[in-house]
Design a binder for this molecule. Structure first.
Ligand SMILES: *[C@@H]1O[C@H](CO)[C@@H](O)[C@H](O)[C@H]1NC(C)=O
Ligand SMILES: *[C@@H]1O[C@H](CO)[C@@H](O)[C@H](O)[C@H]1NC(C)=O
Ligand SMILES: *[C@@H]1O[C@H](CO)[C@@H](O)[C@H](O)[C@H]1NC(C)=O
Ligand SMILES: *[C@@H]1O[C@H](CO)[C@@H](O)[C@H](O)[C@H]1NC(C)=O
Ligand SMILES: *[C@@H]1O[C@H](CO)[C@@H](O)[C@H](O)[C@H]1NC(C)=O
Ligand SMILES: *[C@@H]1O[C@H](CO)[C@@H](O)[C@H](O)[C@H]1NC(C)=O
Ligand SMILES: *[C@@H]1O[C@H](CO)[C@@H](O)[C@H](O)[C@H]1NC(C)=O
Length: 509
């Protein structure tokens, strides 16, 4: 697999696409060492530096490195370092074709506006380094909407660029989005453009984000889009559970992604899998596929542990989730196909909640081949939740005949306690959700459960070894034995990718 990845990486190098990677310094005393003559010249220019080395593990090692303080940055939490970050990335981008580079961010509180990442580049945060996102709108350029969305999610038209835009990796430091003024402005309808994300990595291949803490994004925290071969691991993502759209990780039109060992507490879905919005997503036609999510702990009282959708018009295919712990979430895994014909109506977030009830179709796309096993849940409103009649459209040009296809959805080996309603499963009339399998699932109800435990409409499939007794649309397969659901035996290519040990002293030339 490494051969495959490096081949692909090489191709993308020619295409000037991105290739990020990250790793972990375990020794807080380490600073960085320059490894090439350009950097030495640069250092002389900027005065003296400590020269130490550290080891890290990454998808790809970097030949060159520099430290942020060489670029005049000040880690006092007050001075703006936008220019220093942009200068550092611009200088280091020269090494993209010569073994890549690493920017070390030392301990300190580094206030910054948005900056772009570059190819073959690692952003490496010391464990006591905190990136503080600027709260000024003017520190974020306004960029075009994503082609698969057609408009910003919050507002029509453009959107603020993400704090970190491009491709990268880092280690164990903290990136604090300081989202509070943004949440307020959004709720009061004061924003002209869609809020920034903390990280957006677009059109990139070979991305690694490891061992970092993300706090309080203005909106989504991590958004890889139109990208492939992605490893996201060891992240802690924290945002108040009451604030709008602070999704944890949103793989969007991405292929071959592994998300593991993450702890997420947020005001929206912990992981939301996406692939574009209505006619824009259908036209762009880029699905999210080959996604593995494992060892995730999620706390999200109002949202989902893993949401597939609602923007899924490019399709979602081959998603595997294992060893998931969910506490106090609204629903275990949910599929939301939003279908409200009210322009500008965003479910859950819109000030005007009336849009929730209106239904129509137009989302198109598909969700198929989803496999979930090993999930422990505590205090859940719903364990299973699917709906085909919910939501919003980017504008009124969606195609009402574009029916989403939902098929081959498998859940097994799950235990849920203190549940209000085991299942709310609503397909679309004339467009049934098919091939649903639920096996070996034990649900214990809360003291005050809903009267109806399973409410199923327009769905089909089977169950086996499930309590309480499921709905008639999902009959028991072979009473007396527990028949497992499918789970693919062969691993995804991204599961076989191993990190390399790297050293900042390393040279490739
Ligand atoms: C992340 O941290 C864990 C635990 O300290 C460590 O085993 C792993 O190698 C680190 N990952 C990277 C990419 O450095
Ligand atoms: C990252 O931070 C966590 C929590 O402080 C610590 O347990 C872990 O060992 C650190 N990992 C590395 C690679 O420094
Ligand atoms: C960052 O990249 C975006 C998209 O390519 C571009 O619009 C923007 O001007 C870049 N910003 C900087 C500071 O280079
Ligand atoms: C908001 O609700 C009001 C009253 O229900 C309705 O007249 C109006 O069109 C709605 N606006 C939007 C944007 O949904
Ligand atoms: C069970 O869930 C209810 C909310 O439905 C919550 O108030 C209660 O604290 C939970 N009980 C336990 C033991 O977690
Ligand atoms: C049922 O699921 C539990 C975990 O919830 C697991 O320990 C057990 O082995 C499973 N049983 C079967 C028959 O697969
Ligand atoms: C069952 O689901 C249907 C369709 O979503 C809904 O209209 C109905 O109110 C639900 N019934 C209960 C008892 O929750």
């Amino acid at each position: 697999m490494r051969t495959l990845l490096s081949t692909v990486g090489f191709l993308f190098l020619l295409l000037l696409s991105h290739n990020g990677g990250l790793t972990g310094a375990t020794d807080a005393e380490h600073s960085l060492r320059a490894t090439d003559s350009h950097t030495h010249r640069h250092r002389r220019h900027h005065g003296h530096r400590r020269r130490e080395n550290f080891e890290y593990s990454a998808l790809s090692c970097r030949a060159y490195s520099a430290s942020l303080d060489e670029f005049g940055a000040v880690g006092d939490g007050v001075t703006s370092n936008t220019a220093a970050f942009r200068d550092a990335v611009s200088q280091l981008s020269r090494f993209a074709d010569h073994g890549g580079s690493l920017l070390f961010v030392p301990a300190g509180r580094w206030l910054t506006g948005s900056f772009n990442l570059t190819s073959h580049f690692t952003l490496f945060l010391h464990r006591d380094a905190v990136l503080l996102a600027s709260q000024e709108e003017s520190d974020y350029e306004v960029i075009e909407p994503l082609p698969s969305y057609g408009r910003g999610r919050d507002t029509d038209g453009g959107r603020f660029i993400s704090l970190l835009f491009g491709s990268n990796r880092r280690e164990n430091g903290t990136i604090d989005g300081q989202g509070e003024p943004w949440w307020g402005k959004f709720k009061r309808g004061e924003l002209k453009y869609t809020r920034p994300y903390l990280i957006e990595i677009m059109h990139s291949n070979s991305i690694q984000i490891s061992n970092l803490t993300f706090l309080n994004s203005p909106s989504w925290h991590i958004h890889p889009v139109y990208s492939s071969n992605i490893v996201i691991q060891g992240l802690t993502i924290l945002a108040p559970v009451t604030v709008p759209n602070t999704d944890g990780i949103n793989p969007d039109s991405c292929t071959n992604t592994r998300i593991e060992d993450c702890y997420i507490v947020s005001g929206d879905d912990c992981i939301a899998v996406k692939s574009g919005w209505d006619q824009y997503g259908i036209n762009y036609g880029m699905p999210t596929k080959q996604l593995l999510i494992r060892r995730l702990t999620c706390i999200s009282p109002d949202s989902a542990v893993i949401a597939l959708g609602s923007e899924m018009s490019g399709g979602i295919e081959d998603v595997r989730a294992e060893d998931i712990v969910a506490i106090n979430s609204e629903s275990g895994i949910r599929y939301v196909i939003k279908n409200t014909p009210v322009w500008l109506c965003l479910v859950r977030l819109n000030r005007n909640k009336t849009c929730r009830i209106k239904t129509a179709v137009g989302r198109g796309g598909y969700v198929k081949d989803v496999y979930v096993r090993g999930m422990t849940m505590k205090t859940m409103k719903y364990v299973f939740w699917m709906t085909g009649s919910y939501g919003s459209h980017p504008d009124e040009h969606y195609d009402p005949k574009a029916l989403p296809v939902i098929q081959n959805i498998n859940y097994q080996d799950m235990v849920a306690e203190n549940v209000t309603m085991p299942a709310q499963l609503a397909g679309i009339t004339g467009d049934e959700f098919t091939g649903i399998c639920i096996s070996n699932v034990t649900i214990t109800l809360s003291k005050k459960p809903k009267k109806v435990f399973w409410n199923c409409t327009d769905v089909s499939g089977y169950t086996s070894g499930v309590t309480p007794e499921p709905c008639q649309l999902l009959p028991e397969k072979q009473p007396g034995t527990v028949v497992p659901c499918n789970f693919p035996k062969s691993p995804l290519p991204i599961e076989e990718v191993k990190l390399q040990r790297c050293n900042t002293r390393r040279r490739h030339m």
